[in-house]
Design a protein around this ligand. Structure first.
Ligand code: HEC
Length: 53
């Protein structure tokens, strides 16, 4: 559940940054979101990190 909760948290930050028209904020949240994506995949879906492997 930790990854799902992290996903919700980063999503809420993305909404806040978007509503504030904070371009750098949106960019930074996007980077964090990618880290959550790959973090979960590295635990539960390792094959998604190695396309074609
Ligand atoms: C809570 C865990 C979790 C999070 C967070 C997560 N994923 Fe995934 N993702 C998975 C799992 C598990 C699979 C494998 C599902 C399967 O094979 O049926 C998957 C599969 C995928 C695939 C398909 C890959 C393929 O080779 O078919 C894509 C694309 C993907 N995720 C994108 C994302 C993106 C983009 C994010 C972030 C916005 C994200 N995922 C966040 C768990 C997660």
């Amino acid at each position: 559940m930790a990854y799902a909760q992290a996903m919700v948290a980063v999503g809420q930050r993305a909404i806040e940054a978007a509503e504030a028209r904070d371009e750098m904020g949106v960019f930074d949240v996007g980077a964090d979101m990618y880290a959550v994506c790959t973090g979960c995949h590295s635990t539960y879906a390792l094959e998604t990190l190695r396309p074609g492997a």
